[in-house]
Design a protein around this ligand. Structure first.
Ligand SMILES: [Zn+2]
Length: 349
């Protein structure tokens, strides 16, 4: 989910600060994406695309797809520019397989399926791909990550059959379930892992949403690369700042370059000054290619080290947090209720 189209439809205030955060927020890490999601819109009715479903076989090999998802057709703009019509159940299989490791707990995968369905509904209503004759696209930089079953099977090797069925089950078990707030589908954004707490949407995008507020997130040391570092020489920092045209004054000693670091309520960097120029945490994250805005800065031997925890923008559902909750016995409904405060599940139909 790596880029702009999904966000272009959002209203201007929500775009504040997005430009600098998008590049990292939407990193092309196929297995662990961070969803863009749409603006809240009226839920029903969902348009029925005119195109006929393709004859492609269902991704489900043994778990029958749910009735509601089977009855709904999406036109998916493929990377090669063609438009393929398929059922919601087939589409969701391809998204969940691309967005979350198949090794995750079934309840985490079910949570992901509901997020993907909710986002898809919003996207259909937003009609941002109308000119393409499509409802949604397979470009992770625009809509949601997407992988064809044959490519997923290749990736999964000897586990292909088991994982295929596991994901089919996650989609079918949540058939037709959509997260809503005030009767409209929510912006079901998600990310990989948090440093103890999720972020408020306002911290990251400048616009508050009642269901995207900080909550505790239970993932921890078992997350791969949970703690990461980026080390840059003073010259490299200077070069990056110059390249970004920030107008920083870096003529003095490097020890004085970074100043006045402030943090948000959820512990992420809210702002930090570089050479007298204030950067948001998201902007600093993007400029220095950090995995999240939860970081500290230190200077030693002429080089800056950014010590980072977690991965992603931090808003909405944490995938590793969902997996940790699932391991501790939570079901998908509980996981979604935890990460999307006040959101309600509705069945579309
Ligand atoms: Zn798209």
């Amino acid at each position: 989910m790596r880029n702009a189209d999904a966000w272009r439809a959002l209203r201007a205030p929500f775009l504040t600060g997005l430009a600098l955060s998008l590049a990292l927020m939407l990193l092309p890490l196929a297995a662990l994406g961070e969803s863009g999601a749409g603006e809240v819109a009226a839920l029903p009715p969902v348009p029925t695309p005119a195109a006929e479903p393709s004859a492609a076989p269902s991704a489900a090999s043994s778990t029958p797809p749910g009735e509601l998802d089977s009855a709904r057709t999406l036109r998916v703009l493929q990377q090669d520019g063609t438009v393929e019509a398929m059922s919601m159940s087939d589409y969701l299989w391809r998204v969940v397989a691309a967005e979350m490791p198949a090794t995750f707990e079934g309840e985490a995968l079910r949570s992901q399926a509901v997020c993907a369905r909710t986002y898809s509904l919003w996207k259909m209503q937003a009609k941002s791909h109308e000119a393409d004759g499509a409802d949604i696209c397979a470009d992770s930089g625009c809509c949601q990550a997407y992988i064809a079953p044959e490519n997923a099977a290749q990736r999964w090797e000897e586990n292909a059959e088991a994982y295929t069925q596991k994901i089919s089950g996650a989609v079918a078990d949540t058939d037709g379930q959509v997260l809503t707030y005030g009767g409209s589908p929510i912006q079901a954004v998600f990310f990989s892992s948090a440093d103890g707490q999720t972020a408020d949407a306002a911290e990251v995008w400048g616009r508050s949403l009642p269901y995207l507020v900080p909550v505790d997130s239970p993932e921890g040391e078992e997350v791969p690369n949970y703690h990461s570092t980026v080390t840059l020489t003073a010259e490299e920092v200077k070069s990056l700042a110059a390249g970004a045209g920030l107008g920083c004054d870096l003529s003095g000693e490097p020890s004085a370059w970074f100043a006045n670091l402030t943090r948000t309520a959820s512990g992420r960097v809210d702002s930090v000054e570089l050479g007298g120029v204030s950067l948001s945490g998201g902007a600093a994250r993007s400029l220095f290619s950090l995995r999240s805005a939860s970081f500290d800065i230190s200077l030693a031997d002429g080089a800056f080290t950014f010590s980072v925890t977690g991965y992603g923008h931090g808003v909405g559902l944490s995938q590793y947090g969902a997996n940790a909750m699932a391991k501790a016995g939570s079901g998908w409904r509980e996981i979604l209720a935890h990460y999307y405060t006040g959101a309600e599940l509705q069945t579309y139909g």
